[in-house]
Write a protein that binds this ligand. Structure first.
Ligand SMILES: Nc1ncnc2c1ncn2[C@@H]1O[C@H](COP(=O)(O)OP(=O)(O)OP(=O)(O)O)[C@@H](O)[C@H]1O
Length: 245
């Protein structure tokens, strides 16, 4: 596909993602299945023929029921997964709030993890120094910043990881289930920060089951059903489309 839109920053074109489904648990079972000429695995298309173009500064929600392919599409855009057919092109720095905290080390302190994680997310030492206080203040865990992360509660861990991710310099922010992060006041704060980033011109792609929040945060909604795009348009209409089924 030739991209004619000069403001396009994510171009998903004719994408298919296939997963292998195993039907056996062990080597012994596989052996028996082979002898009995039974299928030991089959393939399954989590996404098929998906076309989505996102322009700079847009806020797009990926909507759909469980298993419709939303997270898979987000992972393809972030580069964590590769498509089996079609192409995905992106322009600008992308940060995914997808597997938040995946790069954290339990034996290091909160402070050390901020430096480690921010570096993994592409920030330079000076940039981290400059933002360190903001990251810690946002997480509200100042008192425990020099404690090893393995002693943190799961909510504290998520607060710190989310704070680091949300303070990195990006053009495109990919967010999977914002509302699974921390307690209610912290979720509201994260949402406000994401809105601020969008107001400053950043592009957002959000996956969430909180349809009211999505309708307020996003301008556009893409509805997936069984791996195919069944609606792409105004976010409020997309939510209505999803609720109508
Ligand atoms: N690594 C994998 N191996 C096999 N199947 C997978 C894998 N990842 C995803 N799938 C399958 O692909 C389909 C789409 O999954 P995906 O996580 O993208 O859905 P989703 O729309 O984000 O769902 P949910 O709302 O439940 O989070 C599901 O049927 C899932 O079981």
């Amino acid at each position: 596909m030739v991209v004619t839109d000069p403001r396009a920053c994510i171009v998903v074109s004719e994408v298919r993602k296939t997963f292998l489904l195993r039907h056996t648990h062990s080597l012994k079972e596989s052996f028996i299945a082979l002898i009995r000429k039974k299928q030991i695995s089959s393939t399954f298309n989590a996404l098929e023929g998906v076309d989505v173009t996102v322009r700079e500064g847009e806020s797009v929600a990926l909507l759909g029921f469980n298993g419709s392919g939303k997270s898979t599409l987000l992972k393809l855009i972030s580069g964590v997964l590769r498509p089996d057919a079609g192409s995905i092109r992106t322009r600008g720095r992308i940060a995914g709030l997808i597997e938040v905290g995946a790069g954290f080390h339990p034996d290091l302190s909160g402070r050390e993890n901020i430096y480690l994680n921010a570096a993994i997310l592409g920030m330079g030492r000076d940039e981290i120094d400059e933002r360190f206080d903001d990251i810690v203040a946002f997480s509200e865990i100042e008192k425990f910043i020099d404690t090893e992360v393995k002693h943190y509660s799961s909510g504290m861990f998520l607060r710190l990881a989310f704070s680091v991710a949300i303070h990195t310099e990006v053009d495109i922010l990919l967010v999977d289930e914002i509302l699974s992060v921390g307690d209610e006041p912290f979720q509201a704060k994260c949402l406000a920060r994401i809105r601020e980033l969008h107001d400053a011109g950043k592009t957002l792609v959000v996956v969430s089951h909180d349809l009211d929040m999505v309708a307020r945060l996003c301008d556009r909604g893409v509805v997936l059903r069984e791996g195919r795009v069944v609606f792409d348009g105004d976010a409020t209409e997309a939510v209505e489309h999803l609720r109508a089924r």
